[in-house]
Design a protein around this ligand. Structure first.
Ligand code: ADP
Length: 604
């Protein structure tokens, strides 16, 4: 029966290695599964005994045990049957309890492990995976394994027990019958192996397609406003239908094969069963007629009953293998995630800075996301401590990339980023991210209250602190106007709030976090003029005496910065104060002319 337990050493071995702390419990559960099956197989033996007691004038062993009459022997067998069934029930309860609790604990650990690990992985990894596919791994695949451990593992162990126990009884009763009954086994095993090999890739395909479909669904639901605004509903339904159809098709390929399994196995078993029936029957007839046969009538009934008992679970094997295959495909997908080595790992050095410190330098930094050209090309920028430095430049010039390198969402290909002269790669990631606060234009609010969202970086902050931060971010009055004030639920992704309100809440978040280094990435670009002015006021307030990096394409937001760097195509093309740059008639002056011209046009 190795086919059932070891068709794909890698997945099972990986699971075995992962589940090291569970091994004792697996052993415990296995013992109960085996005992339950042994007690389950005992009644046919007792039936055979009862038949012999009636047909052959009593049983010698029972006689020696003090049951001298046929009637007392039958009563004795009945009592024994009662005890056997009671034990069968007890062990069924115990193995169910053991396996199902094991399944629960393992699925919980695996899911939390995988999720925790995913959080450690770098941004580049997430870009290669769709969120929906990841969700499929963290939910469906984990549940698939849970289902297998719930019932499949027990079934495999019980089939094994049946084959061994029934095989032993056959050998004891009549070796010829044993050969007949066991003859089809190699064929069955070979068939199972064959089916498994064929099924494995088909199930992998099913799981892959399920993940893909999940990804498409998640994408569409997240972008539901876009879908609606372009009246693309019909088109999207069609696209999802196409993917769902592919899922159905990949499943069909697996179904066709797995459905053929049980009937084919049953045919093979039939050969053994009919052989037992005929051969054993002839032996029993000879015993009755001239006492020359090797089987009594009772033994013959035992053989027939047990052949049935052997046949039944083997026909179930198909389904169990099916589940096993699915579980192993899932195991591989989960453990692939768990085993992914993070490429951005925390450095050893701790760093604690006070407000006003935190000089940042980009030293000859070159970086590209993939095979495309460099997003940053030999960039050298100095952000003096306690000052405001601005980066301007056209879309795609690499401004946000600077922030991502400083926060170590990515590491540079060449050069280094430092804080107070220390390479950020040497710093403890937790310290690095505690020291920095990012306000960007895509604000993410979590489903929860306004207060929880503002206090996201400091969950233990008092309401007074939250209110103070909200006041600096000029969002306090707005919050007080909400039906439940700071306890108002903002909805998933904060969708019950306007863009400007979300932005102000994200600024309050940064204020409360009180970082040494503040990073403002287009923090005002997505809001109306009035909100922009409000946000600008609060940003001016919180960037005072704090190392601040402002990224903007609206130059009005950066004109007060201590230094402005102009980035184009991943290179610094100009730097200086606003007045210097305007006087220089370079790219900055040109941009300024365009934007103030725009402003004039707006006013008219
Ligand atoms: P900016 O902030 O100036 O608009 P970015 O720093 O976001 O520009 O991007 C710089 C360049 O890198 C752009 O050409 C952009 O297409 C590319 N880029 C940005 N993010 C990624 C990414 N995750 N993968 C691949 N290319 C990216």
């Amino acid at each position: 029966m190795t086919a059932a337990t070891d068709p794909r050493p890698s997945a099972l071995a990986r699971l075995w290695r992962y589940g090291r702390p569970y091994r004792r419990r697996v052993g415990w559960a296995t013992v109960h599964s085996v005992l339950n099956k042994l007690f389950d197989l005992a009644p046919p033996l007792l039936i055979g005994l009862a038949v012999d007691v009636v047909a052959n004038d009593g049983d010698a062993l029972l006689d020696r045990l003090g049951m001298t009459t046929q009637r007392s022997q039958i009563v004795g067998i009945a009592v024994l049957t009662f005890v056997v069934w009671a034990f069968e029930s007890l062990f069924e309860f115990l193995h169910n309890l053991a396996w199902r609790n094991l399944a629960q604990d393992l699925q919980h650990d695996l899911r939390i492990d995988a999720y925790g690990h995913v959080q450690e992985l770098e941004h580049a990894w997430f870009q290669e995976r769709s969120t929906g596919d990841l969700m499929a791994v963290l939910n469906d695949d984990v549940n698939q394994l849970e289902r297998f451990l719930d019932i499949g593992a027990n079934e495999i162990i019980q089939v094994l027990t049946t084959v061994v126990a029934v095989g032993a009884v056959f050998v004891i009763l009549d070796p010829t019958v044993a050969v007949l009954a066991i003859a089809p086994m190699p064929l069955i095993l070979y068939g199972s192996f064959w089916f498994q090999r064929k099924l494995e890739p088909r199930y992998e395909a099913v799981r892959g397609q399920a993940g893909f479909l999940n990804g498409q669904l998640a994408n569409n639901l997240l972008g539901i406003s876009t879908v609606k605004s372009f009246t693309a509903e019909a088109r999207e339904t069609e696209r999802i239908a196409g993917e769902s159809d592919r899922y159905r098709e990949t499943n069909r390929r697996a179904i066709a094969l797995s459905s053929a399994f049980t009937p084919l196995i049953r045919m093979a078993i039939l050969v053994g069963f009919t052989g037992t029936m005929v051969w054993g029957g002839f032996e029993a007839i000879r015993s009755v007629t001239d006492d020359s046969g090797s089987l009594s009538v009772g033994q013959y009934s035992v053989l027939l009953f047990l052949s049935q008992r052997l046949l039944w679970p083997l026909t179930q094997l198909g389904e169990t293998f099916d589940q096993y295959q699915r579980a192993m495909a899932s195991t591989n997908r989960i453990l692939d995630v768990v085993d992914t080595e993070p490429r951005i790992v925390s450095g050893p050095d701790r760093l604690d800075l006070a407000k006003g410190q935190g000089r940042v330098t980009f030293e000859d930094v070159t970086f590209s996301y993939d095979d495309a050209g460099p997003a940053l090309d030999d960039v050298r920028i100095d952000l003096p401590a306690g000052r405001t430095t601005a980066i301007v430049g056209p879309t795609g010039s690499g401004k946000s990339t600077l922030v991502r390198l400083l926060l170590r969402f990515y590491d540079p290909d060449a050069g280094r980023v430092t804080i107070e002269g220390r390479d950020v790669r040497d710093l403890d990631l937790g310290d690095l991210r505690r020291l920095t606060g990012l306000v960007s234009q895509d604000v993410y609010l979590f489903h929860g209250t306004v207060r929880e969202n503002i206090a996201y970086g400091r969950p233990d902050a008092s309401l007074e602190d939250v209110v103070a931060a909200a006041t600096v971010a000029e969002v306090h009055e707005f919050v007080m106007g909400l039906p439940r004030g700071y306890d108002t639920i903002v909805g998933e992704r904060g969708q019950k709030l306007s863009g400007g309100q979300r932005q102000r809440i994200s600024i309050a978040r940064a204020v409360l976090k009180d970082p040494v280094i503040l990073l403002l990435d287009e923090a005002t670009s997505a809001v109306d003029n009035e909100t922009e002015a409000a946000i600008q006021r609060s940003l001016d307030r919180i960037s005072t005496d704090r190392t601040t990096l402002v990224i903007a394409h609206r130059l009005s937001t950066v004109r007060n910065a201590d230094v402005i760097h102009v980035l184009d195509g991943g290179r610094i093309v100009e730097q200086g104060t606003h007045d210097e740059l305007v006087g220089r008639e370079g790219p900055y002056a040109a941009l300024w002319a365009v934007q103030t011209g725009e402003a004039v046009r707006h006013e008219r």
